[in-house]
Design a protein around this ligand. Structure first.
Ligand code: HEM
Length: 383
């Protein structure tokens, strides 16, 4: 999409697409301004002029990602503590162990090839969210099995009806499971995120129903899985195609900046949406109340008005104020967790593999731009 973004930033930085019935916004500063103004640019789909409640699958309008402040802040406040950088330390050793276990198994099979997307990133993001929520050890196996059916990218790329059916089944099973465990944790709270969510239900200070608690769990699951999977996959792709492996081995600082650059250069979330609540003008274009906007974060991250040489991957780029995690009140809640996972996985990969090289398979992109990555990424390695 990057050539198209460039052309649009130059020629039509804000434009209406009658086919999709949506305004596209491409420039960094416009996007930053609108993501800062929740009153004019709402995230709540109910503000769309021809909003049809039948289309609403429930998740959107009852979770933090579908509500504006002040309700948004209440919902986010229930779980935000758990995502503070200092409170994520407890997850470190688990993520490290899970990564090294996966890599050890791959080393044992002697093929010399690893599919970063499906053999490493996918199982890892699933075990991390299970750990974060506090899914008990005994339930891990089935939780992770359902999750794998949910996180699959197969159906977006022409998968069969069976894949879709499997996914629906997994969704139902996981919903049933989470519902039961939330009830349990409400009666018998432990020191984990599921208990935090379950007890908020019972807390009189915040209005929070069982359905909303379930929605919160699903949101955390969905918001963290394909996004982080694609970050881990995309950065390996960026580093492997540029032969950065040995340089990265020798510098902690370079590892940090290179991960940020991958978030900018191949942002796992390329776009998000908003709704104008009143008539408003951007770049001379008048957007009507109730009109939908597509906010192209992936284009903001390549804007030459903000970044020097934006189309070049510069591993030590600094400063790098990308919007890969969004901006404003909905700024990614899991940003620190995603960075932590990325840092641990990269370190483990660098420790385990002397060199890596891209396999010759053709890379098939995942089709949704809201989840930008490839279906699989086979790389050859030398231990
Ligand atoms: C919001 C990207 C990982 C949870 C967002 C937004 C972006 C984003 C762009 C803003 C959406 C908007 O304003 O419309 C990413 C990327 C990730 C990632 C690129 C990985 C590389 C995670 C993880 C979690 C998470 C690991 C949680 C475990 C959330 C939540 C929101 C959010 C709950 C909504 C926040 C709110 O509405 O206040 N993410 N995310 N994300 N993300 Fe992430």
């Amino acid at each position: 999409p990057f050539d198209w973004y460039h052309e649009m930033r130059e020629k039509r930085p804000v434009r209406y697409d009658p086919k999709r019935e949506v305004w596209d916004v491409f420039r960094y500063t416009d996007i930053k301004t609108l993501l800062t103004d929740d009153e004019t640019f709402s995230i709540d789909p109910r503000n769309v002029a021809d909003y049809d409640s039948d289309e609403d699958e429930g998740l959107e309008t009852t979770t933090m990602i579908g509500t504006d402040p002040p309700r948004h802040d209440e919902l986010r406040g229930i779980v935000s503590d758990a995502f503070q950088k200092r409170n994520l330390n407890g997850l470190k050793s688990g993520i490290k162990k899970a990564t090294s276990n996966i890599l050890e198994e791959i080393l044992h099979d002697d093929s010399g090839v690893i599919d970063i997307a499906n053999e490493l990133a996918q199982p890892l993001v699933i075990s991390t969210i299970a750990e974060l929520l506090g899914v008990p050890a005994d339930d891990r196996e089935r939780f992770e099995l359902w999750s794998r059916s949910l996180v699959t990218t197969e159906e977006t790329n022409g998968g069969t009806g069976e894949v879709i059916r499997r996914k629906r089944r997994a969704q139902r099973e996981i919903q049933k499971y989470l519902s039961t465990i939330l009830d349990e944790r409400q009666k018998n709270p432990q020191n984990d995120l599921l208990s935090r969510i379950a007890t908020a239900e019972a807390d009189d200070q915040v209005r929070f129903s069982h359905q909303e608690a379930l929605g919160m769990c699903f949101l955390l699951f969905h918001a963290s899985s394909n996004t982080t999977r694609n970050l881990l996959t995309n950065f390996v792709w960026c580093f492997a195609t540029r032969g950065l492996w040995s340089e990265l081995k020798h510098s902690d600082r370079l590892r940090q900046t290179a991960i940020e650059e991958a978030l900018r250069y191949r942002s796992p979330v390329q776009a998000t949406t908003r709704v104008a609540t009143t008539e408003v003008t951007i770049q001379g274009e008048t957007i009507g109340a109730g009109d939908r906007l597509m906010v192209w974060l992936g284009s903001a991250n390549r804007d030459e008005r903000q970044f020097d040489a934006p189309e070049t991957f510069i591993p030590d780029r600094s400063p790098n104020h990308h919007m890969g995690f969004g901006h404003g009140s909905h700024y990614c809640l899991g940003g620190s967790l995603a960075r932590l996972e990325a840092d641990i996985v990269l370190s483990e990969l660098l420790d385990t593999f002397e060199t890596i090289e891209l396999g010759d398979a053709t890379l098939r992109p995942t089709q949704s731009l809201c989840s930008y990555g490839v279906e699989s990424l086979p790389v050859h390695f030398e231990p």
